[in-house]
Design a protein around this ligand. Structure first.
Ligand code: PMT
Length: 399
């Protein structure tokens, strides 16, 4: 991977001790590293630790005449080719989201033109807090910022849940991912999983999609250097590292979130989700009681996210999926034309052990004038091949 000048911002949190290992790994990978610490960070790790590991003086204050006489904060902001904030506390995220510049780290973030990767670390309740989530949404809409994590699991305070900082090895992998990958620098939006269409407060219509195909594609696109937003229906999978997951339940929510993500900037849209084509016309307010031997539900058509995105004037390169049990090629190519897609990935889901809710798949990719078979293979391998293929077609597509 290309060696880069990385400015590591360390903010106050128990995960700050892991950033020492991160500096060691970044240096070992050949990067130049300079560290800026907030006052909060100094309560957990001393600047001397980072100075010893980075081989560079550590900056802690904006108003330090001696340090400013060396490399001033504006020079520091210009020096950085990548800003990496790990751990990023709830307080720092709030201040970054508001564009504040009241200490050295926020000032550097304001002054730099380098991409800023934010690696959150905090207690699970702080992460779930509505104000933190509002600040996260602001950062998601900021084209200069990308969020890596957080991870789930046991926390230093004894709680369990989302908010753990990604491990240093994972952060290094994300920092180095795909500089020259098939989707380097591209903004990708992917839909995955099923949708659930409520019948009453306790029942819904859905399908067997596990989300695995979409999550594998999100990881592969991230590995290939893309910034990935994954709009996911309800699944039990962990968020892929470095991918911005936006959970939804219904088809209408999927359209809303996917459209919002595309509005934020999107070069490539991939729809793997198994979206319910219909929803109950009325969702009963109370649990429906058994009354007769039969029961009829009136269903209405759901909006089509893929067709809506492909039909935009500013449509990105669009790739659809088609799960079929008969006449696979015929139905898939029909969807390719009807929905005005650049590519479609056809799944024969009649084969046992492939397609829905399994680790493996076999697909045929169609585009105007050609097709290619991939698999049977693991969904992870199929996703990697698909990303390479899509990257080649995207490179040739007229802008
Ligand atoms: O999730 P897994 O268990 O890993 O399984 C993967 C999968 C089998 C679900 C996946 O590989 C797949 O084939 N997804 C497409 C499912 C499908 O049946 O799509 P469709 O033929 O109904 O729709 C065609 C395309 O339009 C799809 O890209 C779909 O996401 C999109 N669509 C459909 C309807 C709708 N209302 N909105 C949409 O965006």
């Amino acid at each position: 991977m290309a060696a880069r000048r990385i400015l590591l911002g360390v903010t106050g949190g128990i995960a700050a001790y892991k950033s020492a290992e991160l500096v060691r790994l970044l240096k070992k990978a050949g990067h130049e590293v300079r560290v800026v610490m907030t006052r909060g960070a100094e309560a957990f790790v001393t600047p001397l630790t980072f100075q010893a590991l980075s081989g560079e003086p550590v900056r802690t204050s904006l108003l330090d005449p001696e340090a400013e006489a060396g490399m001033g904060h504006i020079e520091l902001a210009k020096w950085a080719e990548q800003v990496l904030i790990a751990p990023a506390s709830a307080d720092f995220i709030a201040r970054l989201a508001q564009g504040m510049a009241d200490d050295l780290l926020t000032t550097v973030c304001c002054a730099t033109e380098a991409p800023i990767a934010v690696v959150p670390a905090m207690n699970q309740a702080m992460w779930r807090n509505a104000r933190t989530q509002r600040n996260i949404r602001l950062l998601q809409e900021d084209p200069q910022v990308v969020l890596w994590g957080p991870d789930q699991g046991a926390q230093a305070c004894g709680d369990t849940g989302p908010g753990r900082m990604l491990e240093p090895e994972v952060i290094l992998g994300l920092a180095d991912a795909g500089d020259d990958g098939a989707l380097a620098g591209k903004r990708v939006v992917i839909t995955a999983g099923p949708t659930r269409e409520p019948i009453d407060p306790v029942r819904y219509i859905s399908n067997h999609s596990s989300g695995r195909m979409g999550y594998a594609l999100a990881s592969a696109a991230r590995e290939a250097g893309a910034r990935v937003v994954l709009v996911s229906g309800p699944v039990t999978l962990a968020a892929p590292a470095g991918v911005d997951v936006r959970p939804v339940i219904t088809a209408e929510e999927m359209l809303r979130e996917a459209s919002r993500a595309v509005d934020e900037g999107c070069d490539l849209f991939i729809a793997t989700a198994a979206v319910a084509d219909y929803r109950p016309e009325i969702c009963a307010g109370d649990k429906i009681k058994k009354t007769g031997e039969t029961m009829a539900l009136s269903l209405v058509r759901n909006p089509d996210t893929l067709a809506t995105i492909a039909g935009r004037i500013d449509a990105p390169f669009t790739v659809g999926f088609a799960a079929e049990t008969t006449d696979v090629a015929h139905y898939a190519t029909d969807k390719l034309q009807r929905k005005k897609l650049n590519m479609i990935v056809a799944n024969d889901v009649s084969a046992p052990g492939l397609g829905f809710n399994s680790d493996n798949n076999a697909v045929t990719v169609f585009w105007p004038g050609g097709h290619e078979l991939i698999g049977p293979d693991s969904k992870a391998n199929i996703a990697r091949r698909l990303v390479t293929m899509i990257g080649e077609h995207l490179g040739r597509a007229p802008r």
